[in-house]
Write a protein that binds this ligand. Structure first.
Ligand code: NAD
Length: 508
């Protein structure tokens, strides 16, 4: 069977080779996972948290080693491997170690007066086996965070890292073994679409997918045949709205980081800049100056690393070329050397160009101007995507009002990207950017079966609503409905309801 090659995007060298999982091996991995689930679900939350801690300690003991593996497989600079892949993974493990027990406790709910003597609550049980399919741009954290959350909720996991970054699959296997996780609790399968297809056919209890819109649609379609629930964390085309009262220097730095971190290969990259007319000239001069100062390369002092795949370089180049053909103006030299793309600023762009409508996933900052707030908001919302957005103003209240007008899953005011790293904030997109939320308590619940329970002490021989029906019962019921829905003094209402209750009971 063809092997999977891990290629260093900086040198083009093959750094390792891995076996692609055969579809039968994928089925076996799901069966193993299901067997392990029977024991894993029975261990206490505290014990599960000890395993999470062991995973965290293993990562901490190997920071340099793991950062190097991630950088070699993706081409990103070492600081970004540490800051954007490893740091959030550790933060989220700590967060769930601290909060899982509380989040998974059953939660009391109200029981209506008319359901006399009952109590109501919700319990959270694990779902079973979770299939996790990850992309290549943050291959470690986008595999590990859903894995950790699913494990914390008591599930077992079959994880498939991107075929572009197979070293990460081997790394996850290594961490789970070294942290002493029971066999089968985390299974790793390697490969591309055949492996994903076999994974879905093995009918896990949920699919958690992070990747492109087109793949997400295919996965949802196949999963729908078995009614397997899917969570989709998909692409974005995030707007950055810079108002005329913004701190321009800070907004420029924010645009650089938001648009160019991880060489623009971030689902929540700034992909569309809308700058208010009064400040656009100053903003552009500063932006161009700062772009010139960034270092492109693979050293510890370089800012902009390599693109992870040659295909992605071609995709970005095509979007830039098409935009220029349609009238966009290049404000920086277009320099593409092997897998390195030097940051690009484009002006005179319009919403007729793919560069403003389709995900670019590269180091490109296309800038448009707007006159009024309404126009800025309309342009930001004029997109098939709705993942993240940022608003830049010194009037925070105004920024918050604008946030309410944006159709998006997540918003930042006067900052970029950071919100995805806040473990307590649910994250997820709307429109073509996806379905569902993870992170925070919501993340744990998305990997849990929430069961609603109502309890009756069972002392009475029967309930008033049970058979037999009669004309008197009908009239009594009508009286009850009227009393319940009238705006009466609460004390009087309570007394009346008691009277009606007794009357109805007497009819049985
Ligand atoms: P992708 O859709 O090509 O691949 C994602 C995963 O699906 C990989 O594991 C891949 O092996 C598998 N896959 C690819 N083609 C498949 C097919 N036809 N059938 C079944 N499985 C298939 O995405 P990518 O290029 O790895 O990642 C980049 C995309 O991910 C971007 O669109 C980015 O915005 C998105 N993303 C979203 C988030 C988020 O949280 N919303 C985070 C990171 C990346």
């Amino acid at each position: 069977m063809e092997t999977l090659q891990a290629i260093n995007p900086v040198t083009g060298d093959v750094i390792d080779e891995f076996q692609r999982s055969h579809p039968e091996e994928v089925t076996k991995a799901v069966m193993n996972s299901r067997r392990s689930f029977e024991n894993w679900k029975k261990i206490s939350v505290l014990k599960r948290m000890e395993y999470l801690k062991a995973i965290r300690f293993n990562i901490m003991d190997n920071l340099d080693d793991y950062a190097a593996i991630i950088s070699e497989d993706t081409g990103k600079v070492l600081t970004e491997s540490l800051m954007s892949d490893i740091l959030p993974t550790l933060d989220f493990i700590r967060y769930y170690e601290k909060n899982t027990e509380e989040f998974l406790k059953s939660k009391k709910r109200d029981t209506p007066l008319t359901f006399q003597g009952g109590k109501s609550y919700i319990t959270y049980q694990p779902l079973g086996v979770i299939g996790i399919i990850a992309p290549w741009n943050f291959p470690f954290q986008l595999s590990m965070i859903p894995v950790i959350t699913a494990l914390a909720a008591g599930n077992t996991v079959v994880v498939k890292p991107s075929n572009e970054t197979p070293s990460i699959g081997a790394l996850i296997e290594r961490i789970m073994i070294e942290a002493g996780l029971p066999q089968g609790v985390v299974e790793v399968v390697q490969g591309g679409r055949d492996v994903v297809s076999a994974l879905i056919e093995a009918k896990p209890d949920k699919i958690f997918f992070t990747g492109s819109v087109s793949t997400g649609k295919k996965i949802m379609e196949q999963a729908s045949k078995h009614l397997i629930p899917v969570e989709l964390e998909l692409g974005g085309k995030d707007p950055m709205i810079v108002l005329e009262d913004a701190n321009i220097g800070r907004a420029v730095e924010g645009a650089l980081y938001g648009g160019l971190a991880n060489t623009g290969q971030v689902c929540i990259s700034v992909e569309r800049l809308y700058v208010q007319e009064a400040i656009v000239d100053e903003f552009l001069i500063k932006l161009k100056n700062r772009v010139k100062q960034l270092n492109v390369g693979s050293g510890k002092s370089d800012d902009i690393g390599a693109m992870t795949t040659p295909d992605q370089v071609l995709h970005v180049q095509k979007q830039i070329d098409n935009a220029i053909k349609m009238g966009a103006r290049l404000e920086t030299p277009l320099l593409i050397e092997k897998n390195f793309i030097h940051p690009v600023i484009l002006t005179k762009v319009t919403h007729d160009m793919e560069i403003m409508t389709e995900e670019t996933f590269g180091p490109v900052l296309p800038v448009m101007t707007f006159k009024t707030l309404e126009e800025g908001i309309r342009l930001a919302n004029d997109s098939d995507y709705g993942l993240n957005a940022s608003i830049w103003t010194q009037d925070v209240k105004l920024g918050e009002n604008i946030a309410n007008e944006l159709v998006t899953g997540n918003v930042m005011i006067n900052d970029v990207l950071k919100n995805v790293g806040n473990p307590d904030l649910p994250f997820g997109g709307t429109k073509h950017s996806g379905i569902g939320k993870y992170h925070g308590p919501e993340g744990l619940y998305s990997f849990s079966l929430a069961t609603s329970v109502m309890v009756n002490k069972g002392k009475n021989p029967k309930e008033v609503n049970w058979f037999p029906y009669s004309e008197e019962k009908y009239d009594g019921l009508k009286e009850l409905l009227k009393t319940l829905n009238e705006d009466k003094n609460i004390m009087k209402k309570g007394r009346d309801l008691l009277k009606i209750g007794k009357k109805l009971k007497g009819m049985d």
